[in-house]
Design a protein around this ligand. Structure first.
Ligand SMILES: *Cc1c(COP(=O)(O)O)cnc(C)c1O
Length: 217
């Protein structure tokens, strides 16, 4: 589906949810996609992208930035502390802050640099053992812990369990955000981004619907 078709769907979802036009940021998830496809979407004007691996992103985005100028990059995959510096060199936003050790190292690094990326805390609303993110019952405390370290938390992020109705997870994320005074919600992917907008998403992460299926072969 073309970028303009996705944008049209997003605009309709905003209108249907009584959200201001343009209030939801479309993050084009370019992980694993061939550079030619990413180049095409850049040429169509998209400037906000998501990647889930630091190394993969470091291999392509410096060149794209050299060619296209300012591009906003969002890290949406798990972050190892040994990749933190590389991540901060590259990304404007991190959606996957999810543990005290990472928060501590991030706080130290942010203080040294004097700049901080936009930060989202990932919440494992499905309580899936294999999935990253803080558990819903630990979220309030973790948000407070981050704030006590002077980390400016911008919002929350969720990846709902694949085989469950996502609405319940979107609603839970919105509820945790509201009671903690957080206004940004990173939720919704190719299959459910319109639904996420209805539940208050401010950032949707759309990959395959925009670029086509990922080929991991
Ligand atoms: C890959 C990925 C997406 C995009 O998924 P699609 O279903 O291709 O839109 C969104 N969010 C995260 C965290 C991802 O890893």
């Amino acid at each position: 589906m073309s970028l303009s078709e996705i944008k049209t769907r997003l605009a309709k979802a905003e209108a249907a949810a009584n959200r201001a036009p343009g209030s939801v940021t479309l993050i084009a998830v370019s992980k694993v996609q061939p550079n030619a496809r990413v180049h095409g979407v850049l040429a169509e004007g998209q400037r906000v992208f998501g990647e889930n691996r630091v190394q993969e992103a470091a291999g392509k985005w410096p060149d794209f930035r050299a060619e296209f100028g300012a591009i906003q990059l969002h890290l949406i995959g798990p972050l190892q502390t040994n990749k933190l510096r590389a991540a901060l060199d590259l990304f404007d936003a991190i959606h996957t802050l999810d543990r005290p050790k990472l928060a501590r190292k991030l706080a130290t690094e942010v203080q040294a640099r004097g700049t901080c990326p936009q930060l989202f805390i990932q919440v494992n609303t499905g309580e899936e053992p294999q999935k990253a993110g803080v558990l819903p019952r630990d979220a309030d405390e973790f948000i407070a812990t981050c704030r006590a370290m002077d980390l400016p938390i911008s919002g929350l992020m969720v990846i709902p369990p694949q085989d469950e109705e996502p609405s319940l997870h979107f609603a839970l994320l919105a509820k945790i955000a509201a009671r903690n005074g957080l206004k940004n919600l990173s939720m919704g992917m190719s299959g459910d981004f319109e639904k996420a907008v209805a539940f208050g998403a401010t950032h949707v992460r759309v990959g395959s619907a925009l670029f086509g299926a990922r080929d991991y072969g």
